[in-house]
Ligand binder design. Structure first.
Ligand code: ADP
Length: 293
């Protein structure tokens, strides 16, 4: 199943240009859509999920015209939005049953089997009768995946699912996502580079409504090999001097000192050591290139 997005633009009534002529092709498997807050990820995901219309552009899911054949798209779509409202007093079991009926699964035996299987898959079986309002953040997100998987969707969209999860919950959640079958296209929208590094064989980086990069994390890392240099500086003045003269892609505080990472074909000077490139370098380098243009 391939999702082909072509020339998508969206300006909100307040004048914000959230998507600017964005084109992107997303194939099978787990696809990472990476970008900072405000990049346009949710706008793009809501549009693919048939919840809002763009000003211009087209989206095709194989032969389906997503912007025109919305009902048909909704039948094959599972969506976990960024803000997922649940009925607080309802149990996970009752809520899934309810949502399954809404999705048209009217056969009771089939529905029970599906709901039970999803509760098991998302590790919520033991808590299935508890009110959703009592769930932890991680349990709520796993419930969100359970409802997105109802009725065997072919395309699953998860929007910023790991924001706010503690490390153990996040790990459990990412494992669950990676266990979803390979015949399904999963779009993982996130601002967390690690999510993409851990899960996605392909990715895109977007910022300010524009596509900055599309490819595989492995290829992007390969391109930076031998070109990332690091130096630890102790004063702000030294840091500013480096920022003024070199291609600084990121600075991190390590034990109160600044670790500066530079992009350069050869050693940028004394005190720099070559370091392994990480996906965060790919990300920051692309964001920096855009802000310079
Ligand atoms: P992301 O999901 O990457 O954080 P969004 O798609 O939510 O990005 O937002 C992109 C831009 O559009 C932001 O500047 C945001 O403030 C703006 N925006 C999003 N939704 C609306 C809306 N309904 N009305 C006006 N502006 C919006």
């Amino acid at each position: 199943m391939a999702l082909t997005i072509t020339g998508l633009s969206k300006t909100y009534p307040n004048g914000v240009k959230a998507l600017k002529n964005l084109s992107l092709t997303i194939g099978n498997n787990m696809f990472g859509l990476l970008g900072p807050n405000g990049a346009g990820k949710s706008s793009l995901m809501r549009t693919v999920a048939t919840l809002q219309d763009p000003d211009t552009g087209t989206i095709f899911l194989d032969g389906l015209d997503v912007l025109k054949e919305k009902d048909a798209v909704r039948k094959v779509l599972g969506y976990l939005p960024q803000e997922f409202g649940v009925y607080p007093k309802m149990s996970a079991l009752d809520m899934l049953q309810h949502l399954a009926i809404m999705k048209g699964i009217t056969n009771k035996t089939e529905r029970n089997q599906m709901v039970d299987a999803l509760l098991n898959q998302t590790n919520l079986w033991a808590a299935r009768k508890k009110a959703l309002s009592t769930y932890s953040g991680g349990m709520k997100q796993r419930f969100g995946i359970a409802q997105a998987l109802l009725a065997n969707p072919k395309l699953i969209i998860v929007d910023e699912p790991t924001a706010g999860l503690d490390p153990a919950e996040r790990n459990r959640f990412l494992n669950l996502l990676s266990s979803i079958g390979s015949n399904v296209t999963v779009i993982l929208s996130t601002h967390i580079v690690e999510d993409v590094r851990e899960l996605c064989p392909r990715m895109a980086i977007i910022a300010n409504g524009e596509l900055l990069l599309e490819g595989s994390p492995a290829d992007s890392l390969q391109e930076l090999k031998g070109k990332i240099w690091s130096k630890v500086v102790s004063t702000d003045d030294e840091l500013r001097a480096l920022e003024a003269s070199l291609n600084v892609i990121s600075t991190h505080l390590v034990g109160g000192l600044h670790e500066v990472r530079i992009y350069a074909d050869a050693s940028p000077g004394e005190g720099f050591t070559p370091v392994d490139s990480g996906l965060e370098d790919v990300y920051f380098l692309n964001l920096a290139k855009q802000s310079k243009n």
